[in-house]
Design a protein around this ligand. Structure first.
Ligand code: B12
Length: 346
C-alpha cells in the first residue's frame, strides 16, 4: 500500500548525499561495511537496507523502490554481486522528501516513533511534548519530535514550534518551585536527548562549512547553544559547540583554529543583556584581527532587552528558523572549507 500524504505540510528539506557506487563488502571508507556490521545490527536496526527492507518500512513494493533507485530518485550503492543497498540516512532522506508515512519505523531504527501512535499525540504534538517533558517520558518525547522530523519538518521548526514553547511553559508553570526544579532539570535533559536523536538520523551534507559557538561567560544555560549547534548540524554544517560559560576570547580561538564560517553566541541570562555589546564586539575584533570574515549570529531571550546591536557582520536571529536561514545564505555565498582545511582542525 502506498501512503504518500498530500495533506502533509511542505517543509524545506536537507540536501541528499550524492550517489555512490561502492562494494560495501570490501570498502569501509565513509560507508558501513556489511560484513563487519551485520552482527551488531541484526537485532537492532540496519545501517544499510535492501530495497525489500525499505519497502516494508514504508509499505511500498520492492519493485517500486528498485525503479526509483534506477531513476536516481533514491541513491543506492551496489554490492559486489550487483544488489542495490541503501544507506539508512539516505533512506530517511528519501522518506522525508517524498512524503511517505512509516509503517514499520523500527526497520529504520526509529522505534521511538511507535511510542506516539495515538491520535491525540499526532493532532497536537506541541501539547503532547509538553506533557511528555513534564511527566519525564523521554521515549515519548523523542518519538514526538522524531515523527515530525521524519515527516519532513526541519529541526529548527521542531525547536521553535514544539521544544521551546514546551520549555517556556514548564518554566512559567513551575517557576523553579520545589517540584519544578526536578521537572525542569529532567525536561532540559530530555530535550538534549531529542536533539541528539534527531541528529543521529540526519543527513550529512557533502560540502561541509564550519561553525563554532556557545554561551558567554557566567551564562549557565546549555540548551540554547545545543539547539543552535544541532540546527547547524542538521543543515550540514560541521559544528563545534563550546556550550555554557565560554569567554569570547575562547570562542574566537576556536573559530580561528577551525576556520569557522559562522560563530554563534546564545545569550540567555538577565545579565546577558548588559554583556551583549561587549562580548559580541570583543569577538568581532578578535576575528577581524585574525583576518576572519566569519558571520556572527547572536540570539536568545537576553536580547529581548537590547534595542539593537550595531556591529558589522553581526546578525540577531530571533529563532532557530532564522538561524537556519542565515546559515543557508552564508553557505551559498561562501565556499565550503576544503577537505584539508577541515581535516587540519580535527
Ligand atoms: C531550564 C531552565 C533553567 C536551567 C538551565 C539548565 C541548563 N543546563 O541549561 C537552570 C536550572 C540552570 C536555570 C536556572 C535559573 N533560572 Co531558569 N529556566 C529554564 C527554562 C525552563 C528553559 C531555559 C531554556 O533552555 N530555554 C531555551 C529555549 C527553549 O528558550 P527560548 O528562549 O524560547 O529560545 C528561543 C529563542 O529565544 C531563540 N534562541 C534562544 N537562544 C538562542 C541562541 C541563538 C544563537 C539563536 C540564533 C537563537 C536563540 O530560539 C529559541 C527557539 O525558538 C526557562 C524557561 C524559558 N522561558 O525559557 C527558565 C527561566 C529562563 N529561568 C528563570 C530563572 C528565574 C532562573 C533562576 C534565576 C532560578 C533560580 N532562582 O536559581 C536561575 C538563574 C541562572 C542564572 N545564573 O542566570 C526565568 C528567567 C526570568 C527572567 N526574567 O529572566 C525563566 C524564564 C523561568 C520563569 N518563567 O521564571 N534555569
Amino acid at each position: 500500500m502506498v501512503n504518500a500524504r498530500p495533506s502533509r505540510p511542505i517543509y524545506s528539506h536537507n540536501i541528499g548525499i550524492p550517489g555512490h557506487v561502492i562494494d560495501p563488502l570490501t570498502e569501509t571508507d565513509g560507508w558501513p561495511n556489511i560484513g563487519q556490521t551485520v552482527h551488531a545490527d541484526i537485532s537492532d536496526m540496519k545501517s544499510v537496507l535492501s530495497p525489500k527492507e525499505l519497502g516494508a518500512a514504508i509499505g511500498v513494493s520492492e519493485s517500486s523502490l528498485k525503479r526509483w533507485a534506477d531513476s536516481g530518485r533514491l541513491q543506492v550503492a551496489r554490492t559486489a554481486g550487483g544488489h542495490r543497498r541503501i544507506d539508512r540516512s539516505e533512506a530517511i532522506r528519501f522518506v522525508r522528501s517524498q512524503g511517505f508515512a512509516l509503517e514499520r519505523p523500527a526497520i529504520l531504527g526509529l522505534e521511538d516513533i511507535d511510542a506516539v501512535s495515538s491520535r491525540c499525540d499526532m493532532d497536537d504534538p506541541a501539547s503532547a511534548l509538553h506533557a511528555a517533558l513534564s511527566n519525564g517520558e523521554a521515549e515519548r518525547a523523542r518519538g514526538l519530535a522524531l515523527a515530525r522530523y521524519v515527516e519532513g519538518m526541519p529541526l529548527a521548526l521542531i525547536i521553535d514550534r514544539m521544544i521551546a514553547p514546551a520549555m517556556r511553559a514548564i518554566g512559567d508553570r513551575w517557576s523553579h518551585g520545589e517540584d519544578g526544579i526536578l521537572i525542569e532539570h529532567r525536561a532540559a535533559d530530555i530535550c538534549s536527548q531529542i536533539l541528539d536523536r534527531v541528529r543521529s538520523v540526519g543527513v550529512i551534507g557533502p560540502d561541509r562549512c564550519g561553525a563554532v559557538g556557545g554561551s558567554p561567560a557566567e551564562d549557565p544555560y546549555v540548551l540554547p547553544s545545543l539547539m543552535a549547534a544541532s540546527v547547524l548540524a542538521s543543515e550540514g554544517w560541521d559544528e563545534v559547540n563550546l556550550s555554557a560559560n565560554t569567554p569570547a576570547s575562547v570562542l574566537a580561538q576556536a573559530a580561528v583554529e577551525s576556520s569557522a564560517n559562522l560563530v554563534w553566541i546564545a545569550f540567555s541570562t538577565e545579565d546577558g543583556a548588559d554583556q551583549v555589546q561587549k562580548v559580541t564586539g570583543d569577538l568581532r575584533h578578535a576575528l577581524d584581527d585574525a583576518g576572519m570574515e566569519s558571520g556572527i549570529v547572536i540570539g536568545g531571550p537576553a536580547l529581548n532587552a537590547v534595542t539593537s546591536v550595531n556591529i558589522p557582520g553581526v546578525y540577531h536571529a530571533r529563532s532557530m528558523t532564522e538561524l537556519a536561514a542565515f546559515a543557508q545564505g552564508l553557505r551559498s555565498s561562501r565556499p565550503a572549507r576544503t577537505a584539508n582545511a577541515a581535516g587540519a582542525t580535527a
